[in-house]
Design a protein around this ligand. Structure first.
Ligand code: ZN
Length: 219
């Protein structure tokens, strides 16, 4: 069930999932470093605060897109409207309440940068923060600046909405992994475990190019 199917509730004003999907697809089109990204297989949800994190990317598979590893540990299958999801990006309150369109682009690129170049539902092992250290941000910042310089203003402005937006939220959240014989968990998730909820988005004035990206990206 989604919010716009509930009688008596007004329809969402701004579909933020659509805006994020468009910008992720545009990033994949414009930057060769992100050409492996398929926006249609990344689920984007709004979630709770986690320390100073703005967003988090979660891999939904083991290597090769598998849902079971060699030890027998499994991951739940996630499908939305019949399409298999390989990643879930959770956008957190600081992303919505305390940011600029440019900083939101930087946050999204940060999360996409974690994704394996095989786009197989796993993260790039060489781009973990504890291994990559400062190299991670040093590699990412020129990509963010290149994207902000080359993308149409309207694409970035789509992340600068000020007011209510609708976005998927988990109604029931999948576990990261489970053991079939020990853990009684749901093994398959669809849009039935999601709902379209409203988030009040607050946007600071757009920052000048000299300040891109203008705040630290914390995952
Ligand atoms: Zn990160």
């Amino acid at each position: 069930m989604c919010l716009d199917s509930v009688p008596g509730l007004s329809k969402p004003r701004y579909n933020f999932n659509r805006a994020v999907r468009a910008i992720v697809a545009d990033v994949a089109k414009r930057l060769p470093e992100f050409a492996h990204i398929r926006a249609s297989q990344i689920l984007v949800v709004a979630g709770e605060a986690r320390r100073a994190s703005r967003a988090t990317v979660k891999p939904l598979c083991f290597g090769g897109g598998k849902l079971e590893d060699s030890s027998g540990r499994c991951k739940p299958r996630v499908e939305v409207k019949g399409r298999r999801m390989l990643y879930c990006i959770t956008l957190r309150p600081l992303f919505f309440r305390c940011s600029t369109p440019q900083a939101r682009v930087a946050t999204l690129l940060h999360e996409l940068f974690h994704i394996s170049r095989d786009f197989d539902g796993t993260l790039d092992p060489g781009r973990r923060h504890h291994l990559a250290g400062e190299t991670f941000e040093a590699s990412l910042i020129p990509l963010v600046q290149r994207y902000l310089s080359s993308s149409p203003a309207s694409t970035v402005e789509a992340l600068g909405h000020h007011g209510e937006v609708s976005i998927w939220h988990w109604l029931e959240k999948p576990v990261a992994s489970y053991l079939p014989r020990q853990d009684k968990v749901r093994t398959s998730y669809t849009e039935a475990q999601l709902f379209l909820g409203q988030v009040q988005m607050l946007t600071s004035p757009a920052s000048p190019p000299s300040e891109w990206p203008d705040e630290p990206s914390v995952h």
